[in-house]
Design a protein around this ligand. Sequence first.
Ligand SMILES: [Zn+2]
Length: 138
Amino acid sequence: MKNKLWVGLVISIAVAFIGVTYQKFLKNPHCAFDGSAVPPIYEVDIVLKDHSVKRFCSIYCAVQWFKKNNQRIDHVLVTDEIRGTKLDSYIAYFVKSELITNETNKNRIHVFQQRQDALTHAEKFRGEITDDPFTIDD
Ligand SMILES: [Zn+2]
């Protein structure tokens, strides 16, 4: 019985360690615009035509970078802030509301996969649905 407990403990420590290492080194959690940490729930990934990926901490930062590099961009992935799933920006719902996601840049744009979630947020935080800020000119 005691042995089993130890094995369980060692396994959970190992799993936690691997998780932390993975996030630190492979996920590169720093914003490509302002260098701040990228909260997974607000992450924006801009995929370039050469298949490299730029990560951003907020819609605000991603939009700033997007405007200057429009020609190099293939598509943009945003994160549904309810479920944490990534989706293409053109199928996401964007809401501009009074709730700030990022104290540094005062980002007020929120991303949702479901229209209902977007409407609920808009109602709760006095927001409104806004256009996809990442429209790519072909
Ligand atoms: Zn940023």
